[in-house]
Design a protein around this ligand. Structure first.
Ligand SMILES: [Zn+2]
Length: 120
């Protein structure tokens, strides 16, 4: 089960690469195991996210989609502004930074439905 903070770290690894995974391993006082042997090019491109998932959960997930779907279902997509999870796909604004809050009264739909282009 992924916590919100872990979801944030996965997104950080996806954006910043292996340096984010190495920094988290140092923070946890752990050393990284030999890299996963990834067959698919998509998985290799998303290696930092898979290695972060492995560091946090101990599970050798080789399918990036499994991680994306799992975290978005549980916590919503990352906020377009601060990149923290929206917590639910039904969020009307980002609870962490307030993104989307100003437009809420004129359009009360969930942020993902109000501005779908931001989440592609
Ligand atoms: Zn935000």
């Amino acid at each position: 089960m992924l916590e919100g903070e872990e979801n944030y770290l996965l997104d950080k690894a996806r954006q910043e690469g292996m340096s984010a995974v190495e920094a988290e391993a140092r923070r946890l006082g752990r050393s990284l195991p030999p890299p996963l042997d990834l067959a698919s090019p998509v998985a290799r491109r998303l290696r930092p996210m898979l290695e972060m998932y492995r560091l946090l959960t101990g599970f050798d997930e080789e399918n990036p989609n499994a991680i994306f779907h799992h975290s978005v279902e549980l916590y919503g997509p990352p906020c377009p502004k601060c990149h923290k999870p929206l917590r639910t796909v039904k969020a009307k604004f980002c609870a962490a930074c307030g993104f989307g809050q100003a437009a809420m009264t004129s359009d009360p739909q969930p942020l993902v439905e109000r501005k779908p282009a931001l989440f592609e």
